[in-house]
Write a protein that binds this ligand. Structure first.
Ligand SMILES: Nc1ncnc2c1ncn2[C@@H]1O[C@H](COP(=O)(O)OP(=O)(O)OP(=O)(O)O)[C@@H](O)[C@H]1O
Length: 586
């Protein structure tokens, strides 16, 4: 007999509900990534919904009380009833205000939390971009991270909640109107289908315009980000006017797009308002006639009119919902792309202390060399050689899975690197790029990116090893502030800071990919000596087109060639080493 199925726990049930809601709310297929965000927000959303429905119920009761004030108090000339109904009406109004404020505060908190959660997830996905997918321009990524996340949060939290309140008020209003006189409810009910038909016809255009505007915003941000990042080059080569021209042109396009979008939403809104005005006029005409005939009391007409006016807001909200959904679908699709392009940080755990790295017929995508075979033991010093652009960096990037493999594979102690967890792999293989990333902040902050627990003495030692300590001492030491991208440092200083990070690393495999290209020769020699002293037991892989790096005695030189692979597995005197020795002798 099968054991009775366990009842689903609150979490998966909430997540399943959130998944269904995400599909329903955004009317889109690719919303799986949104489910956890919605699931986390569901309790808060429920609370906001509850308070807003209570506020709406109070609002709905007000015209009824007004009717009582007029009919029971004023028209019946009953002072006691007048005072009582008026007081009740005031108290209800007061409670409604209080509840409105409470609702607003809960709403803001919950809505902001949802945006934070959403942004954090998009940020995470953007940071884990699969190298096999084409790069997304920085500005475009920023536009999605900020703009599209905001669009989704506004829709999920604001528009949908407002719409639920609107439906409640509409239905409540219609019920109360029917209680006053059921015949008159036919009026709004007749007009609703006309409005709905118009909205359905209008919606595709709303979506198309939203797509256009969001794409334009992405393009504009990309140009802006690129211009700022290449400011110095643009100034130097005189390319600024052309880029400013492009920026201006994109701004014009965006403004035109925004105006078209606004005009369209005003048109859609105007149709609904005209229909509402028609309903009101009809109520005034027919209701006035009923009062004249003595079938209605004046209070009934006033309450009726109040409900008809009250319903304009909810109707407009619902109308907004239908079209905001079309816009949010665009944002959902754009963010879904970010998630689809992300690579999960999953895979096998690499060996803790690997002994050997093997390249078996390896070539990364985009490279132009013959596949490479090599066996690289720990402790070896290796040069990867070859003409510019042949694929050295790509080959080395494939070792950390930062570039997709086109042919062959790399193994760590016999285990395929391709199946290993990317972050764990990066902890094992440190790839120092030619142009290292420096963040705005202090030297200490930049160093601790590589070793969060490093104490001051360790960081100073790393600076000494990277030949940067004297400079740091002449400034504010570890607390020296650095500009964004290290723009206030020389190229060589940026590289030395990156090398200091390497000295803090415990990775058994270190890749120095043109990491000395901007450092002067005496300094390079000092740092190379420090590397030998500190990392004798580690596998050190170098690339360098010239300079002291090439003068070292390499255990292996692997020359990438577009004609045939040159393979060296033996240690010692490869042809390149002999040539190197000759160079040195000269
Ligand atoms: N992210 C990428 N996606 C696709 N192809 C790329 C990417 N980065 C570089 N490439 C291509 O791969 C080839 C090799 O580039 P790579 O940077 O590895 O050359 P390299 O040998 O290191 O050159 P250099 O000595 O000039 O640094 C080039 O043709 C380049 O256009």
């Amino acid at each position: 007999m099968r054991p009775p199925a366990e009842p689903p726990t609150a979490e998966p049930r909430r997540e399943a509900l959130a998944r269904r809601l995400a599909r329903l709310i955004f009317d889109a297929k690719n919303t799986g990534w949104l489910a956890p965000v919605l699931a986390a927000s569901l309790p808060a959303i429920s609370l906001v919904l509850l308070t807003s429905l209570m506020a709406a119920a109070m609002g709905l009761a007000l015209p009824l009380l007004t009717k009582q004030v007029i009919d029971q108090g004023i028209m019946a000339r009953d002072m006691g009833a007048l005072v009582n109904w008026s007081a009740l009406s005031f108290l209800l109004g007061l409670a409604s205000v209080g509840l409105g404020i409470l609702n607003g505060m809960i709403h803001l908190r919950a809505s902001a939390r949802m945006l934070m959660d959403l942004r954090a997830r998009v940020h995470d996905a953007a940071m884990r971009r699969d190298p096999a997918h084409p790069e997304m321009p920085l500005g475009e990524a920023m536009a999605r991270l900020d703009g599209d996340s905001g669009e989704i949060q506004r829709f999920a939290f604001d528009t949908v909640l407002v719409a639920i309140g609107a439906i409640f008020r509409l239905v409540g209003g219609i019920v109360l109107m029917a209680m006053l006189d059921w015949r008159m409810v036919l009026l709004p009910l007749l007009i609703a289908p006309i409005e709905l038909a118009f909205l359905s016809v209008a919606r595709p255009k709303t979506q198309a315009l939203a797509e256009e505007v969001r794409d334009q915003r992405g393009a504009l941000s990309s140009t802006l980000a690129e211009n700022l990042a290449t400011r110095a080059t643009l100034t130097a080569v005189g390319g600024m006017p052309a880029r400013e021209g492009l920026f201006q042109q994109q701004q014009d396009t965006q403004i035109t797009g925004l105006i078209r979008q606004r005009l369209w939403s005003e048109t859609v809104g105007a149709v609904s308002q005209i229909l509402s005005a028609l309903t009101r006029a009809a109520i005034l005409l027919i209701g006035g006639w009923l009062v004249v005939q003595g079938q209605w009391q004046l209070g009934t007409l006033i309450a009726y009119l109040a409900y008809a006016t009250m319903m304009q807001g909810p109707l407009r909200n619902l109308l907004g919902l239908y079209h905001a959904q079309a816009r949010s679908k665009v944002a959902v699709a754009r963010l879904a792309q970010v998630f689809a392009d992300a690579r999960p940080d999953a895979g096998n755990t690499p060996p803790h202390a690997p002994q050997v790295l093997e390249l078996i017929g390896l070539r990364a995508a985009g490279a132009r060399h013959q596949p490479v075979d090599a066996t690289l033991p720990m402790g070896a010093r290796v040069l990867i050689d070859g003409p510019s652009g042949i694929g050295k960096t790509r080959l080395l990037s494939a070792l950390t899975r930062a570039a997709p493999v086109e042919a062959g594979q790399a193994l760590l102690d016999g285990a395929a690197i391709d199946a290993m967890q990317p972050s764990a792999l990066c902890a094992l293989i440190l790839h120092l790029p030619q142009r290292p990333g420096i963040l705005r902040g202090t030297i200490a902050m930049n160093l601790r990116l590589a070793a969060p627990d490093a104490d001051e003495a360790t960081m100073w030692l790393a600076l000494e090893q990277a030949d940067l300590a004297a400079w740091a001492r002449s400034k504010a030491g570890l607390e020296t502030d650095l500009a964004e991208t290290g723009a206030d440092l020389s190229g060589g200083m940026r590289q030395r800071l990156s090398l200091a990070r390497a000295f803090l690393s415990r990775s058994p495999i270190l890749i120095f990919d043109e990491s000395f290209s901007e450092i002067d020769e005496p300094s390079t020699r000092r740092i190379l000596q420090a590397i030998d002293a500190a990392f004798a037991d580690r596998l050190r892989i170098f690339t360098a087109h010239n300079g002291p790096v090439r003068e070292q005695a390499f255990d292996q030189r692997i020359t990438l060639s577009s004609i045939a692979p040159l393979r060296r597995i033996s240690s010692g005197d490869s042809p390149n080493q002999r040539e190197n020795a000759r160079e040195k002798a000269v």
